[in-house]
Structures are given as structure tokens and as C-alpha cells.
Design a protein around this ligand. Structure first.
Ligand code: NOJ
Ligand code: CA
Length: 715
């Protein structure tokens, strides 16, 4: 009997050893390798390597759920599956026409050893330029409805990297970037002093937003973000400065809960892009590839375009969004008393339609056309705007007729002032109204504290809301540009009518605040734009003194840099933001804006370093034309631009819009010159960029007459 007991105990110990032994799986593609381990306590751990060197040190995976606060340990491996994938797909619009989706996939199937044995899968995809992974809660009897209290995913760094960060704020991405070591991250001062952003909620001083860009001392570029954010809160990162580790920090609701889920459910993908070349970070397609293909079968109505708008005049105080200055006081006729400065009048909008029509600009955005602007923001009021009631001086029927007659589209504006509940109630009517008057695009806005009260811009409820708006817009064949939403995560692949978002500190800050430093636009493509296009509103030509109420305001840019932004900051809806009269003052430079498209067959990153410079060449969709944008930070530099992407043996006319010899963003921002040369694929250009400056180049196939008339480029 004793012997039987002993052998039973021994067998049990053997079983325990077996199940607790470290289990390791790897998957690799090119230089990138992923390693997965279940450690002795049954905790899932992953690590990432690039060219054999660690990029992410062993990092924990798992959750605290309401039903199991230890859903990160005591797992056993049920099985693994592997597959590889290599397919090209065609974009509806974008930076390139064709995208290769090439990865090897490793699925890890786990079961908790605690009763009742709940299941969790982790799916890894290893690409040539990084790794994506997501959790899956499969259909199972003992995990049906549950709450995510915390996601514990870690991203343990190999050292105290140089980091380009903004605070992990639950409600805004509109901060300036700080460049610091990981160990120096502390967002408190930035949050406190950014009074130009109206809602700032960042309770954790050590939290940063993604996309987070880093550079190691060894020269590796590492970017952390997420893809396909659906029905889940945004992932921010809490930093542990002692060991250079980040942990997922999900945006909570008012109860501190993160996500309310119903299995089966797949979380968004967590992404790590890595390369020893900064340019590869900009050309990475990981985020798009991790999103599902378009759910829209007919996309023929989705058309990228440039647009102008009655907008900069409001931002700079020349006109107002509101019709009256007094929300409560009415005239003897019982109507609002007009303030005489309203921007969205029929006559003024016609002026912008004429301007757009004369310059082949597809759209005119009209803000301030609808009732509600008298007390639209700062009051946390639920019912503010009507999305179907124009102000008395805005004749929508006449304007929609006039726009159509001039081959221009009006762009609808639906500012919600954060009242998502009210927008959801009005949404159907609002989109029907757009259809009725021929509006094919809408710009939404969420300035202010969110309603439902207690929700945040980046929490699960609002993440769902933005997507509902995109889906509703698709139902009515309307293109969407959302302002103040959660930052994008590549959903523009699945919903290609979700053209652009703001979700960052746009050019507008130069109008109403101290603005952003010249390096800002050299960081954005490595951070905010990793997730998707940004409605940055480039193209300001009057660089100083544009705000009568604050005469010392100025752009942190030269005029040529504003041109270059049309290439370096991609958006399929791209604004031509300045006033028609300011373009009239620089007709020759305006030619570049007239020429530059918003949809591309191909993109080449010619040079890039976050925080310093970005040089990009793009080929126009369905054309032989190329465009280059090159920008610098506050330092002047010479951009070396090899044209090897051009067709061999063909000649082209390059028109270079460049900073004047003494141009300087601060004291001499409007100085530029325009030169023309014949160039070929073996030409290599050297262009001087002023401090805070840039250059824009259009390259068109040359005619025989051009070749005779125009001189050859010599550096
Ligand atoms: C903030 C947006 O970013 C801006 O473009 C818009 O004009 C105002 N809100 C008003 O909606
Ligand atoms: Ca904004």
C-alpha cells in the first residue's frame, strides 16, 4: 500500500515537472525573430530579435479579468499552429497601389490550470520589418461575458533609448513631442502647460501615447503601436524607468474598467516595427496588413481630393463660426442678433467655390454653417448643434447648386463638441441631409469633454462610436475625416471611406496658440501617421501676422516647407488651408499645390531621421509624374536627392520650389525661388533647406521642346 502511495506521489511530481517545464516556440522571417516561452509558473512571455540581437527582452503577456485576476499565469500549452502567408493586395487609395502582405504566423493555444480551465490564444505574425500579435478569447463555456480590468502586455526595452513621445492622455493627442531618454519620461509638466488643448486627462505621469518611436544607441529604430482597434480601448504605455519597460495601459471608463467583452473576441494587434533604417519605419505596411480587407464591395465613389475651406479665417479670428455673439439674447423679432463676422455666408462660400473651381481643387469645407455655435464648447452640454439647420445667411440649396455647377463638392462639417450621444441620435438624418444636398464628405469633430459623461475620447465606448460613424457614412456613401478621434490604427483598409483623421497637433495650432516647433513635422510621420493619414491642413503661405488679435503669431516653417508637407504628410483628403488672397500673392509657388495629387502609385523614402529630416518621392496614381517633398527641423541642411526611381533613359522636367538663400522660418519665411531643369534617373540633386525649411519638386516627363529649352541639372 505504502509503495503504491509512493509511486503515485512520484508520478505526480513527474507530471508537475512535465507541465511546468519551460516551453519555447520560435517564428522568424528575414532578420526578425519572435520567441515565445511559457515560463515555470505558466506565464506567457515573448521576445523579439533583429539580426540576432534582442529588440524586445522577454516580456509578459496576459490579463487581469473580473473573473480571473491572475489570467497571466498557470497556463499550460494546449498546442501550436503555424502558417505562412504571402500575397499582394491593391489599395483603394494610398501611398502605394500594391502592398505585399508577407508573414509567418504562430498561434499559441493556452489553457489556465486553475479551475475552470479557461482558454486563451495568442497569435503572432512575424513580418520582415517587425511583429504583430493579438489575444483571442475563444468560444468557451466558462468565459462568456467578462470585463478586462487590465491588459498586462509588456514591451521590455534593451536600454535607455532615445524616445519621441507625447503624454498618454485619455482625451487628446494634440501635444508637442518631447525627445528624451526613456528614463526621463515624465509627462506632468507638458500636460499642465499645454493650456491650448481644452481637455487634458493624463493621470499617470509616466504614461505615453502610441505610436511610440524610439532609437537605440546601436542605431535600431523601434516603433510600438496597435492595429485594428475595434471594440476595445486605445493602448497607451506606462513606463517603468528603472528597467526601461513599457506595459500596456488601456484607457478606462468612469468605473476604471477597460473593456466589456463577449467571447469569442480578438483584441487589436500589438505591433513592433523594427529596422536599422529609419526609412523602413516610414514604409512599413505592418499596420495596414494586420487590418482586414475592405468590407465595402463598391468603392468607386471613394475619391481622394484636395479641398479648401472657410476655415483658416475662423482659426485666425477674421471671421466666426457663430452667427451671433449672444446665445441667449434675441432681437425684437425673436431671432438671434447677427454679429456681422459670420464666415459661412452664401456669398463668402461662393468665393471659395470659385477659388476651388479655378484651381482644380475638389472640395470646399464649410464650418459654422449650422445652428449651435454661439455656446458650442466648454459647457459639457448634451444638445448643442442641429446637423440639419443652416444659419439664416447660409443658403444650402443655392450653394449645393452653385458648387455642382462649378464641379466642386461641398464638404459637410459636423462638430459634435464631444456630445457623441446627440450625434448618434441625429446621425441618420444628418447623412440623409448630406445626400440630399450632394455632400460626399464630412468632417466630424469632438472638441470638449465626452458625453456619455465619464467616457473618454480614447475609451472603448468612443472607439465604437467613431467606427459606427464610419460605417454609417459608408452606408450613405460619404467619406469621413474625423477630428479629435482616437488615433488611427489602419482601419482605413477595412473602411476605405474613413479617409483621414486629425488625432494630433495640426497646423492650426500655429493660428490659435504658440504653435509647434519646426521639428514637429519630422516626427509626425514616425509617430501619429504610422496608424494612418492625418488631416494636418498644410499650405499656409502668409507666414506671419495672420491673426489680427495676436499679431506676433507666426508659422514655424518656411513657405517651401508648407509645399513639401503635401508629399511628406500623407492624406487622401488634403487641405489647401490658406486664404485665396494669400495664394494670389504667390501664384508661382501655388502652382505646386495645384499640381500635387492626393493619391499615389508608389512611394520612395529618400532619406529620414526622426526629429531631423524627411525626404520622400511619390509617383502620382495612373501617371508618370513624380513629386518630392523634403523637410528639415530647425537646422539648415543640404538634402541629397537621388532620382534613381525615374525610368531609365527618359528625360523629365524638374521644377524645384526651394528656400531662398537667406530664408529662415523665423525671420525670413516667405523667401523662395523656383528653378527648372531637365533631369534623368542618374541625376542626383543637392538642395539647400533653410532652418525650419523644405523643398518641393515636381517631376514631369519632358517634351522634345522642353529638352531644347531647359538646361540640364548640374549639382
Ligand atoms: C477643432 C478642429 O481641429 C478644427 O479643424 C475645427 O475647425 C474646430 N475644432 C471647430 O470644429
Ligand atoms: Ca483639433
Amino acid at each position: 500500500m505504502r509503495l503504491i502511495k509512493l509511486s503515485f506521489v512520484l508520478f505526480f511530481i513527474f507530471l508537475c515537472l512535465l507541465t511546468n517545464a519551460q516551453q519555447s516556440e520560435t517564428a522568424a522571417l528575414g532578420k526578425v525573430k519572435l520567441e515565445f516561452n511559457l515560463d515555470k509558473s505558466g506565464t506567457p512571455v515573448y521576445a523579439v530579435y533583429y539580426s540576432g540581437k534582442a529588440v524586445i527582452l522577454p516580456s509578459l503577456l496576459g490579463f487581469k479579468l473580473d473573473v480571473d485576476s491572475m489570467f497571466f499565469t498557470s497556463f499550460r500549452l494546449l498546442g501550436t499552429e503555424r502558417k505562412s502567408f504571402d500575397q499582394n493586395w491593391q489599395t483603394v487609395w494610398g501611398e502605394t497601389k500594391i502592398i505585399r502582405n508577407h508573414y509567418t504566423e504562430l498561434t499559441i493555444r493556452l489553457q489556465s490550470q486553475q479551475s475552470p480551465g479557461r482558454l486563451l490564444n495568442i497569435i503572432f505574425r512575424v513580418f520582415e520589418d517587425g511583429v504583430g500579435f493579438r489575444y483571442e478569447f475563444p468560444l468557451q463555456p466558462k468565459l462568456k461575458y467578462f470585463i478586462v480590468r487590465d491588459e498586462l502586455t509588456e514591451f521590455n526595452q534593451t536600454g535607455d533609448h532615445k524616445t519621441f513621445w507625447i503624454p498618454g492622455d485619455f482625451d487628446t493627442n494634440e501635444y508637442m513631442y518631447t525627445t528624451s531618454r526613456i528614463s526621463e519620461i515624465d509627462n506632468q509638466k507638458m500636460v499642465e502647460t499645454s493650456t491650448d488643448i481644452c481637455v487634458r486627462i493624463a493621470p499617470d505621469a509616466y504614461a505615453v501615447q502610441t505610436p511610440l518611436m524610439m532609437k537605440t544607441n546601436a542605431g535600431l529604430y523601434v516603433n510600438i503601436h496597435e492595429a485594428a482597434l475595434i471594440n476595445y480601448p486605445a493602448m497607451q504605455l506606462h513606463v517603468n524607468k528603472d528597467n526601461f519597460s513599457y506595459r500596456a495601459s488601456l484607457v478606462p471608463d468612469t468605473y476604471g474598467n477597460k473593456a466589456y467583452l463577449h467571447a469569442p473576441f480578438k483584441t487589436p494587434w500589438r505591433t513592433i516595427i523594427v529596422s536599422d533604417q529609419a526609412a523602413d519605419i516610414l514604409s512599413s505596411k505592418i499596420i495596414l496588413n494586420l487590418n482586414d480587407p475592405s468590407v465595402l464591395t463598391n468603392t468607386s465613389w471613394i475619391k481622394p481630393m484636395k479641398f479648401t475651406g472657410v476655415w483658416w479665417e475662423m482659426q485666425t479670428g477674421k471671421s466666426t463660426w457663430s452667427y451671433s455673439d449672444f446665445p441667449d439674447s434675441l432681437g425684437t423679432d425673436g431671432k438671434l442678433i447677427p454679429n456681422g463676422k459670420h464666415g459661412a455666408t452664401t456669398a463668402n462660400v461662393k468665393r471659395y467655390i470659385d477659388f476651388a473651381s479655378a484651381n482644380h481643387i475638389g472640395g470646399v469645407l464649410v464650418e459654422g454653417w449650422n445652428t449651435g455655435w454661439e455656446d458650442w464648447f466648454g459647457n459639457w452640454k448634451e444638445n448643442v448643434f442641429s446637423f440639419t439647420t443652416p444659419y439664416p445667411d447660409f443658403d444650402i440649396a443655392e450653394l449645393s447648386r452653385y458648387a455642382a455647377a462649378n464641379n466642386v463638392q461641398l464638404i459637410m462639417h459636423n462638430e459634435t463638441s464631444g456630445s457623441a450621444t446627440d450625434y448618434e441620435r441625429q446621425m441618420d438624418t444628418a447623412f440623409r441631409y448630406m445626400n440630399l444636398f450632394g455632400y460626399k464628405s464630412v468632417k466630424t469633430g469632438y472638441v470638449g469633454k465626452i458625453i456619455p459623461r465619464g467616457e473618454h475620447h480614447d475609451g472603448q465606448w468612443m472607439v465604437d462610436h467613431y467606427l459606427r460613424v464610419a460605417q454609417k457614412a459608408a452606408q450613405y456613401q460619404v467619406m469621413l475625416d474625423s477630428h479629435e478621434p482616437v488615433r488611427p490604427t489602419g482601419l482605413q483598409r477595412t473602411y476605405p471611406n474613413w479617409m483621414a483623421s486629425e488625432a494630433g497637433r495640426g497646423n492650426e495650432y500655429n493660428a490659435f496658440s504658440i504653435g509647434s516647433p519646426p521639428e514637429h513635422e519630422t516626427i509626425l510621420p514616425f509617430t501619429r501617421l504610422i496608424g494612418g493619414p492625418m488631416d494636418y491642413t498644410p499650405g499656409i503661405f502668409k507666414m506671419k501676422g495672420y491673426n489680427a488679435n495676436a499679431p506676433d503669431r507666426q508659422m514655424h516653417s518656411t513657405l517651401c516647407k508648407q509645399l513639401a508637407l503635401y508629399v511628406t504628410l500623407y492624406s487622401p483628403l488634403q487641405m489647401v488651408a490658406d486664404l485665396p488672397e494669400n495664394y494670389a500673392a504667390h501664384k508661382d509657388a501655388f502652382q505646386f499645390i495645384k499640381d500635387v495629387p492626393t493619391d499615389w502609385d508608389d512611394t520612395r523614402i529618400l532619406g529620414a531621421e526622426p526629429g531631423d529630416y524627411i525626404y520622400i518621392a511619390r509617383k502620382e496614381k495612373g501617371s508618370e509624374n513624380w513629386f518630392i517633398g523634403a523637410i528639415t527641423d530647425e537646422n539648415k541642411r543640404v538634402a541629397g536627392l537621388s532620382l534613381s526611381f525615374l525610368d531609365n533613359g527618359k528625360s523629365y522636367v524638374a521644377t524645384i520650389y526651394k528656400d531662398g538663400p537667406n530664408a529662415d522660418w523665423k525671420d525670413n519665411p516667405e523667401s523662395y525661388s523656383i528653378e527648372q531643369y531637365i533631369v534623368e534617373s542618374n541625376s542626383s540633386m543637392q538642395v539647400q533647406l533653410a532652418p525650419g525649411g523644405g523643398t518641393a519638386i515636381s517631376i514631369f516627363p519632358a517634351t522634345a521642346a522642353d529638352i531644347k529649352k531647359i538646361k540640364h541639372y548640374k549639382p
